[in-house]
Design a protein around this ligand. Structure first.
Ligand SMILES: Nc1ncnc2c1ncn2[C@@H]1O[C@H](COP(=O)(O)OP(=O)(O)OP(=O)(O)O)[C@@H](O)[C@H]1O
Ligand SMILES: Nc1ncnc2c1ncn2[C@@H]1O[C@H](COP(=O)(O)OP(=O)(O)OP(=O)(O)O)[C@@H](O)[C@H]1O
Ligand SMILES: [Mg+2]
Ligand SMILES: [Mg+2]
Lengths: 165, 189, 165, 189
């Protein structure tokens, strides 16, 4: 049991920084930030915990509690994607994870998803922000049909349309 | 593998049968106004994969079934306002008939899943009259453990749930306690 | 003590429906939804609780737990504004309360604020959505000055500019 | 009355003195990228009105003071990574001097408030070296109770806090427990 755990931990720990950098790179910070995991007690990982440390780009090291809403969201997505790479589930369902993100960060998430999506990594994303959903392959539009008091669905494949400039 | 489509029947705000296909798209967005039923669609995906109803914003499995009318028991205790609503709704009796018709139909969700070898799995979870649920794969009834085992073979680990991020939960992932984080890693190991 | 409490309760209870209607009226539902408060125990309001009920426009009555993220946000703001009208504090500070709202609801919040703001009711609103902040009288722009590792401020009075169409 | 402006000194991410004026605007928006310092500005407003530091995303009052360097004690325990950071940061010694200079200066926030009769109140709350805070109105030191009483006369009820909605808290207001709601109403009565 301990071996399995350490195998998972080491995998995620080795990946987290790379994923976080990919989510935080920008023109003003080509390297991006950095992120890592530490074990509170190397001997007994089960009984203690794992601490997650993030350093947003161009910032000094800060404790999780000092980070802003948007910075925490990016950190959380990096952790989820790093964990996913260990035993990749075939799909992700994300419900308005972009709510606290500014446009620059929404764009980074959209870039990450369009880069990593594929036949074995499917993303189903609920979003209110057009900067994110206009990048998808297809749209599922949901509306309420008042006459029958029920939710209804429309689907639209975006791949047929030329890229909007 | 990938999730090719879903069929909902009387699930939450979806009355009757509703089908949705994701086709060959690897990145699908679900959009729509507030209260239209987007998170309910995610609840349908979570439900069919075995997630418990208390994590789907519902007190019990029965409240996942489509309800047309005002029929929350505790609503009626809400005071006089409720009665005046019923009066306005003069066709409510018809509505009730409709509704009991609904209650005759069971409620279920089917996930159409394509494995890497192109085999199709019809994963179905239905809600029974007594509030329990039953599972079937390609029309064959299975136990919940068999069902979860089939999912596990596809790397769909319901216990870990690291691939489902419910509305409002994303920030909590980053600021969870060290012990919770250990738990999360353990569930995938 | 009980009298004071009941006075406050009755005031809010009488107001909540009107405020909620103002926040939910639209072309498709000119009347808006309805909202009210009930005391769990009329005799001893202190020891029991107050239940808040909302019915979004065109919907059947639902328990709070069934409402969507956006519906809860609108319900919460209606309650806050109704409570405010009892002992009005001179200003409100709202930090990204529009995060879960679609454009139609952001517009309703913007309408409510622009209608009710005044010399004795000041709104200070943090927002990432231009549909909300472009309606304000003035903007405080905050950026991080990397050279000195500090937050910096710019202010801009929007009233001098013509309304963008 | 209305809040006319603020002066921050070494408060959270605001190094040195920062002034912001709301002028005659009745509706002001605070905008800026993620992590720029918007919520810290709201923390400054809440702090100067007497809200406790544990509600301002900080463990204690001292962590509200501007910190330029990597000087979280528990950060140093973060493992080897920290040491390598220090090496990269060769001017860190200068930085430390800068920082201690900051620590010499106290940190404070002043709210410039205009009453209905146009009188101006300079409400100041400062953080002392020992982690306590002191309050003054128009330059005159007052006790915390006198300070809160002056605010109460302006209908600024810190205990109720119904006029401050922190990031991520809005939905909770609608789904709070009936007893919490009673509490909320009681605080304003
Ligand atoms: N069992 C049920 N029967 C009928 N309608 C239901 C049932 N359960 C929930 N609903 C309805 O579903 C609506 C909420 O839908 P949902 O949470 O999916 O909205 P959403 O599209 O995610 O909105 P938002 O953008 O605000 O998050 C509620 O208004 C409620 O009336
Ligand atoms: N005592 C302090 N000294 C220096 N910087 C600090 C201090 N406390 C917090 N910070 C910095 O403030 C930043 C967070 O700022 P804030 O929460 O105001 O961002 P925000 O503009 O609200 O962002 P978002 O849009 O993501 O919510 C953190 O990145 C942190 O580095
Ligand atoms: Mg939703
Ligand atoms: Mg913020």
């Amino acid at each position: 049991r301990q071996d399995l755990f350490m195998k998972a931990f080491n995998h995620v720990s080795n990946n987290i920084d790379e994923v976080y950098k990919e989510l935080t790179q920008s023109r003003s910070s080509p390297l991006g930030g950095s992120a890592y995991l530490t074990l509170e007690d190397e001997e007994e990982p089960f009984s203690y915990g794992i601490k997650y440390h993030i350093m947003p780009p161009l910032k000094r090291f800060r404790d999780m509690e000092n980070l802003s809403g948007g910075e925490k969201t990016i950190g959380a997505l990096a952790l989820l994607f790093a964990i996913h790479s260990f035993h990749p589930s075939p799909f992700f369902v994300l419900d308005e994870v972009d709510a606290a993100l500014d446009n620059a960060n929404v764009d980074k998430i959209a870039n990450y998803i369009t880069k990593h999506r594929g036949p074995n990594f499917q993303f189903i994303v609920i979003s209110l922000k057009n900067m994110l959903f206009e990048r998808s392959d297809s749209l599922v539009g949901i509306y309420r049909d008042q006459n029958v008091n029920s939710s209804k669905i429309l689907t639209l494949d975006l791949r047929g349309y030329a890229e909007t400039v | 593998g990938k999730l090719v489509g879903l069929e909902l029947c009387n699930f939450k705000s979806y009355k009757g049968k509703t089908q949705v296909g994701f086709g060959t798209a690897a990145f699908t967005s679900i959009i729509g106004p507030n209260g239209s039923g987007k998170s309910n669609m995610m609840d349908a995906i979570s439900f069919v994969l075995g997630v418990r109803s208390n994590q789907l914003r519902s007190r019990n499995i029965k409240s996942l079934i489509y309800r047309g009318r005002i029929n929350d028991e505790d609503d009626i205790e809400g005071g006089n306002d409720m009665d005046s609503n019923d009066e306005n709704d003069i066709d409510s009796d018809n509505e009730i008939d409709n509704d009991s018709q609904n209650d005759d139909n069971q409620a279920y969700v089917i996930a159409i899943y394509e494995k890497d070898n192109k085999d199709i799995l019809n994963l179905k979870r239905s809600i029974n009259g007594n509030g329990s649920s039953s599972f079937s794969v390609n029309g064959v009834n299975v136990s919940v453990n068999q069902y979860l085992q089939i999912l596990k073979e596809e790397n769909i680990l319901i216990k870990a749930k690291n691939f489902l991020v419910f509305q409002g939960d994303v920030e909590k992932v980053a600021s969870q306690s060290p012990l919770d984080l250990t738990n999360m890693i353990e569930n995938i190991s």
